[in-house]
Design a protein around this ligand. Structure first.
Ligand code: PRT
Ligand code: ZN
Length: 283
């Protein structure tokens, strides 16, 4: 028995989805244009599909799990369970208007808003008691105001450069999105166990990405202070250096605290600081 997982066939999420599986130690050769492939060293079958179709396939048990943007999951309103945020494919669903127009929420009333996300937009408008006309289009939403199709748009934004080049500005963010792992709600126990095995690996990879392994030389006089700056998984490892009066200290630090801690460590007399990536982290 194999766990069937659906990922995007081509597009923005495909590369990161394949990379994640690879980092989980799962060996799959994409096989070019294939619809599906089987992993060599894990009971996994990978289906390559359009992202829009993935929630439906997972709801219908054609696939047991899938990797897709939250924006698609919530727009499609399929009955699937979101299991884990995966940290890539980050974007936001935002309303934008002409760069030179004044704005307050009231000004959206009665406007035509072009979007490929009618469900999410309608939810937002209802929640804010705004009566506006939704114009559903399937692509190139950002050109709608320029050709007189709408006065505003609601579309995905990541860098913001598409809005900028089309003379638009972002005025409301209605959803923050990233790629997520979804699963079928009626999965059998056996399928669920496989999914848990996969999830265990995904979490170890994610955890490792957020942390760094740090090694440094510390003068023994300041050892307590330096150790105090390094929480570590349990506590830092301390080994004597060949040079007397010095120790080598090893620990794990959060990527986000990184620069601040490094500065404090230097102030405390730490030398030869090495920070190295961690491949997997199981705690
Ligand atoms: O063929 P298929 O249907 O599978 O792919 P698709 O064309 O529908 O989707 P694709 O590959 O474009 O995007 C897949 C997923 O990536 C989306 O559902 C989001 O979850 C995520 N994602 C992340 C994005 C973006 N960032 C993004 N910037 N999807 C689309 N965009 C588009 C946006 O629509 C706009 O046209 O990029 C443009 C804006 O980008 P910036 O950087 O100029 O702001
Ligand atoms: Zn799509």
């Amino acid at each position: 028995m194999k766990l069937k997982i659906a990922i995007q066939k081509s597009g923005r999420l495909q590369e990161d989805s394949l990379r994640l599986l690879k980092e989980c130690g799962i060996d799959i050769s994409n096989g070019g244009n294939k619809l599906k492939t089987t992993a060599a060293n894990f009971p996994l079958e990978v289906y390559f599909l359009r992202d829009d179709d993935i929630p439906q396939y997972v709801e219908d048990s054609v696939a047991d799990a899938g990797i897709v943007g939250e924006n698609v999951v919530y727009e499609k309103k399929k009955d699937v369970e979101v299991v884990e945020q995966l940290g890539f494919g980050k974007c936001r669903l935002s309303i934008a208007i002409g760069r030179n127009e004044g704005y307050d929420k009231e000004s959206l009333r009665g406007k035509r808003i072009a979007t490929s996300y009618p469900v999410l937009l309608q939810q937002y408008l209802d929640a804010n008691k705004i009566n506006a006309e939704i114009h559903e289009i399937s692509g190139s939403v950002e050109i709608a105001p320029g050709i007189g199709l709408a006065e505003a748009i609601c579309d995905l934004v990541s860098s913001g450069s598409t809005l900028l080049t089309n003379g638009l500005k972002e005025v409301e963010t209605i959803l923050h999105s990233q790629a997520v792992l979804i699963k079928n709600r009626q999965a059998t126990t056996e399928k669920d166990q496989l999914l848990q095995r996969l999830l265990f690996r995904i979490r170890a990879v994610k955890k490792a990405k957020n942390n760094k392994y740090i090694l440094l030389n510390a003068p023994n006089d300041n050892l307590d202070k330096i150790i105090g700056l390094l929480p570590g998984m349990k506590s830092p490892t301390v080994l004597p250096l060949a040079t007397s009066g010095w120790s080598s200290v090893h620990s794990v630090i959060d990527e986000n605290d990184f620069w601040q801690i490094i500065e404090q460590l230097k102030e405390a007399g730490a030398q030869g600081i090495l920070v190295v990536p961690i491949e997997k982290m199981i705690i």
